[in-house]
Design a protein around this ligand. Structure first.
Ligand code: ZN
Length: 222
């Protein structure tokens, strides 16, 4: 792509006079990444995505992060330390990227689903705290459906089959030996951030961005 090369060199104001011909490096483009010129497994590693305000908002794969950076939508804040090479191209892998334009994030971003309830409750029975696989857990209506309980974030919890049987159609206040580990809440950004913090605990470069919420207001503006 001769025209692309010329355009990029024109923009940067640099000309590679030292290495002519096929050995010259050329800038990596979004299209190169999309086309899969870099196939290394590191392309799958998680990258922390920050809003323009430095607030952590997501985690994505390194390939997607690189596309966002090369598109000019985001910039790399931290690098992984690995440089990927392909024919005449090299690129530093990001570990943390930041969006250049602020994006409004809805207070509640996740759909109410069995999968997301289990994710919120971290696959633990909310009555006896046992951790099980998704297949071994059921969902419990805290206020039973037969008593008018709705299928909402606040009324659905992960539950083991034993506890589910024990609780039956009773209300919690009728059962002295059963109580909820924690108040069920919508799967909000706060919860996503908690998960991000756990994933990121292995990556020292992420840590300084993951405690953003100390200055954040949890409640949506009235
Ligand atoms: Zn249980």
């Amino acid at each position: 792509m001769q025209s692309g090369k010329m355009r990029k060199q024109g923009l940067s104001g640099k000309r590679h006079t030292g290495h002519a011909g096929s050995h010259a490096q050329r800038p990596v483009t979004e299209l190169d990444v999309r086309a899969g010129v870099f196939r290394q497994p590191v392309m799958q590693t998680p990258v922390l995505v920050l809003n323009a305000s430095y607030e952590p908002i997501n985690i994505c794969g390194a390939r997607r992060a690189l596309v966002l950076v090369l598109k000019g939508v985001a910039r790399t804040e931290e690098e992984q330390g690995q440089i990927l090479h392909a024919a005449r191209m090299r690129v530093a892998m990001p570990s943390v990227i930041r969006l250049l334009e602020y994006r409004r994030i809805p207070h509640q971003t996740r759909a109410l689903s069995r999968k997301n309830i289990l994710l919120r409750d971290r696959n633990s029975c909310q009555y006896c705290s046992v951790v099980l696989t998704a297949g071994e857990l059921t969902l419990d209506h805290v206020v039973p459906r037969s008593r008018g309980g709705l299928s909402t974030w606040e009324n659905l919890v992960a539950c083991c089959h034993n506890c589910n049987r024990r609780k039956g159609n009773q209300m919690l206040h009728e059962l002295t030996e059963m109580r909820l580990l924690r108040e069920p809440r919508p799967f909000s950004l706060h919860t996503s951030r908690h998960i991000m913090r756990m994933i990121g605990s292995a990556d020292a470069a992420w840590r300084k961005y993951l405690y953003f919420e100390a200055t954040e207001t949890e409640e949506p503006a009235a």
